[in-house]
Write a protein that binds this ligand. Structure first.
Ligand code: FPP
Length: 246
């Protein structure tokens, strides 16, 4: 990873990325889909390096959705092996760069070895104070919201919480990544323009950026282009343009 630059207060604090286009990237090269996933690891490194260098507080990457289990078993198997491999090979470097790694999503469906690797990586990097890198795995935005509702209901049932205490703050506190800034910028590679059940709660006021580039081609220059585009936007949060520019 490269050295850091002066923090820019206009930059997004939390960036989320839907890493799409691995399969098409591979197909265009006459290779099988999983070749694209393996190539996508380099783009993960590039984006983490960019985020570290530019002091972005949180980067959340959509690695595996709750719907991705419906893919051919061979592809799911390769992805799981790739996650294990990457966790093993990258975690020391992340730790050295003060990155706090977290996996968000329902990891209970993963095999024991992957769960152990996730836990070891999270424990090793738990006290780091630099970039928080969230890997969304077996994650679904609807699952996240339902999970929060269940936790609040349990507290209501046990008398710890009253229904009147349920509001956007308490609800949000039980969603994944609750301790992080809301997503400022959501990037999707691969040309599609949809959210695909990613961070539904957390992207309420995110700026959306879509690029035709396939994920394996994503690099620090393309990340910078997305951030520059973000910096050119006026974020109004429901106010008028005149109010915001005052
Ligand atoms: C979507 O492309 C990509 C995925 C479902 C997997 C992403 C995984 C990686 C980049 C591997 C490493 C990641 C980490 C964080 C360890 P797609 O297969 O849907 O592409 P397509 O739309 O062209 O078919």
């Amino acid at each position: 990873m490269n050295s850091t630059v002066t923090p820019n207060p206009s930059y997004p604090k939390h960036v989320a990325i839907i890493m799409d286009g691995n399969g098409r990237w591979a197909k265009e090269k006459g290779k099988i889909r999983t070749f694209g996933h393996k190539a996508g690891v380099k783009a993960v490194r590039e984006s983490v390096s960019y985020a570290v260098k530019h002091h972005i507080s949180a980067l959340t990457l959509f690695a595996f959705s709750s719907e991705n289990w419906n893919r051919p078993a061979q592809e799911v198997g390769v992805l799981m092996e790739l996650f294990k491999l990457v966790l093993g090979s990258e975690v020391k470097k992340l730790h050295k760069n003060n990155v706090k790694l977290r996996v968000i999503g329902d990891t209970s469906r993963f095999d024991e070895k992957l769960i152990q690797k996730v836990e070891a990586a999270q424990t090793l990097t738990a006290s780091n104070t630099g970039l928080t890198l969230n890997i969304a795995a077996n994650y679904g935005g609807k699952w996240d919201i339902v999970n929060s509702a269940k936790m609040l209901m349990e507290q209501v049932q046990s008398g710890q919480l009253s229904i009147d205490d349920i509001n956007e703050d308490t609800f949000g506190q039980h969603t994944c990544a609750a301790d992080l800034a809301p997503v400022d910028l959501l990037i999707r590679t691969g040309g599609e323009q949809r959210i695909s059940n990613f961070l539904l709660w957390q992207v309420a006021y995110a700026e959306l950026y879509f690029t035709d580039s396939y994920w394996p081609d994503f690099n620090q220059t393309l990340f910078q282009t997305a951030v520059d585009d973000f910096c050119d936007r006026q974020r109004r949060f429901g106010k008028t343009g005149e109010q915001v520019s005052q």
